[in-house]
Design a protein around this ligand. Structure first.
Ligand code: TDO
Length: 177
């Protein structure tokens, strides 16, 4: 696995080291030894999969508070998504900055999202299948979110937004939090 730190400290884009043969390829999508070498979280407690019917839909921007804060390791197993993270660590030099990257079945990339970040994505293809591991269990009472189009963050989504969940359309703007 190849680890490239994003402009947001501690967040990584990871690419697969493919071993190809006539059958296709083999690659690791997680390795405790390689993650330890980069001082990354290795204790994942839940694996999630989400299927996204239509291109353009957005899920996010989500995070959990306090002891429920999660590290996430995100990949796209079919189709493609634009994956976005926002640094919400008040002591970080990149506080309130965002970073986005395309994750696809084709490019095999993974996003490593540290604790203290909000996370979300836009489906770039119909039927995008997303898989992610998280380091803390789902805790609805600790769940929170940012509005995907909050002008205080200014995320540039690649496509027109076709759909969000009711929950994601009413997160408060940051200045009101
Ligand atoms: C996230 C989650 C949801 N659920 C339930 C709650 C609800 O009934 C249904 C759908 O939940 P949501 O609408 O919150 O699903 P979704 O909008 O896909 O939420 C996810 O979005 C992405 C961007 C993330 O980063 C994830 O951490 C997670 O917050 O699944 C669980 O049972 N366990 C979980 O871990």
């Amino acid at each position: 696995m190849n680890f490239t730190e994003t402009p947001l400290q501690g967040a990584y884009l990871i690419s697969l080291e493919k071993r190809e043969d006539k059958r296709g390829f083999f690659a690791r999508s997680f390795c405790i030894q390689e993650f330890n070498m980069h001082n990354l979280e290795t204790q994942f407690v839940q694996g999630n999969v989400s299927f996204n019917v239509k291109a353009g839909l957005i899920r996010g921007m989500h995070y959990q508070h306090g002891e429920h804060a999660e590290v996430k390791l995100v990949s796209c197993l079919s189709g493609s998504i634009y994956d976005v993270i926002v640094d919400l660590r008040e002591d970080s030099p990149t506080y309130m900055q965002w970073f986005g990257a395309e994750l696809s079945a084709q490019n095999g990339k993974l996003m490593y999202v540290p604790r203290g970040f909000a996370h979300g994505y836009q489906a770039l293809s119909d039927g995008a299948l997303v898989h992610y591991m998280v380091s803390a269990c789902y805790a609805p009472d600790a769940e929170d979110g940012l509005k995907y189009d909050d002008p205080a963050i200014g995320i540039k989504w690649p496509m027109a937004v076709t759909e969000t969940s009711p929950k994601d359309s009413v997160w408060p703007l940051i200045r009101k939090i």
